[in-house]
Ligand binder design. Sequence first.
Ligand SMILES: O=C(O)c1ccc[n+]([C@@H]2O[C@H](COP(=O)([O-])O)[C@@H](O)[C@H]2O)c1
Ligand SMILES: Cc1cc2nc[nH]c2cc1C
Length: 364
Amino acid sequence: MLAETLAEIRPADPRALAEARSHHDRLTKPRGSLGVLEDVAIRLAGAAGVSPPPMPEPAALAIFAADHGVHARGVSPWPQEVTVQMVANFLAGGAVANAFAAQAGVPVTVVDVGVATDLPEAPGLVNHKIGYGTADLSRGPAMTVDQAVQALEAGILVARNLMATGARCLITGDMGIGNTTASAALISVFTGKDAAEVTGRGTGIDDATHERKVGIVRESIRVNGLSGDLPTELASGLKAPSEALRALAAVGGFEHAAIAGFILCGAAARVPVILDGVIAGAAALVAAALDPAVTDHCIAGHRSVEPGHSAALDQLGLRPLVDLELRLGEGTGGLLAHPMVCAAVRALREVATFDSAGVTEKPV
Ligand SMILES: O=C(O)c1ccc[n+]([C@@H]2O[C@H](COP(=O)([O-])O)[C@@H](O)[C@H]2O)c1
Ligand SMILES: Cc1cc2nc[nH]c2cc1C
């Protein structure tokens, strides 16, 4: 299923990009006056392969939940059971993601890809449990490559099902106590940046714990024999994309793998994917290492305060739409961005041209 999905991914269509760009310049507004939103609409035209692109709605949010063996190293101030408790909260409609989703009119699906305890069946919950949390990535691989592929394929399945029921925009969400440590490790490996530059304070840790967390991220990379040169080695063809899967399995989480699959599947179907925060950024680096064309189908919903998120977005070449010092996850930043993405596309689709509206153009 992974190979099939990868085979379908195409980069942005240059003709649709050019058409969208020139159409934007004929709309009744000064050229460039919609700033970054013009780029969003043009990029979505390229991704869809047609200008103007279809409206990116209805959207669907999938929150991928999992636990992390590295939690035992004291990298998060919160107990592990908060992951399963928050899953129950999402299902009951009580989390911030539910409030923002209600505001945006977006349905929420919660996916158990590796929560440490069993969850009772519930409407809105999809069970793709790969394991009861990962192993501790600072002592050896967090999961096997086989498990990483299973989690990627779970993400593909979730995206496929959401699109089959009508979703025309996918929004990533995550829940997993400890997952900012795995995110930092992935981002360090996939950007080549040192652990100290990409490790943040997650849900809120003090200076001493942060220093220890940086050490644990560095240790995870050394213990798993991951080279700091992976990005250049992948780009130069010295290392195969299968090395990206090995890195994902070594220091990632089940939710990172599933989100990477979710992104790949959206890209393969030419359905735009709005990325949330640092966890999605780390997952997008994995997806882009498997096929760089996926970034043409991604919109960075927001910039999280986690330093690794900026590093990931820089490497992906994506500019975030919202920058509000959020650091929650759950898909909250992606949900806030969705109406802006819709507005950007609607402008390209519906605004009159100087010709059609009889508005005089600026003399050249
Ligand atoms: O999305 C982000 O950028 C983000 C930044 C900090 C924390 N989080 C959320 O907080 C949890 C992980 O934090 P931690 O400190 O336990 O690693 C996890 O459930 C994430 O969804 C999310
Ligand atoms: C309460 C809480 C809610 C969250 N949502 C996403 N990550 C979270 C972490 C905590 C601790």
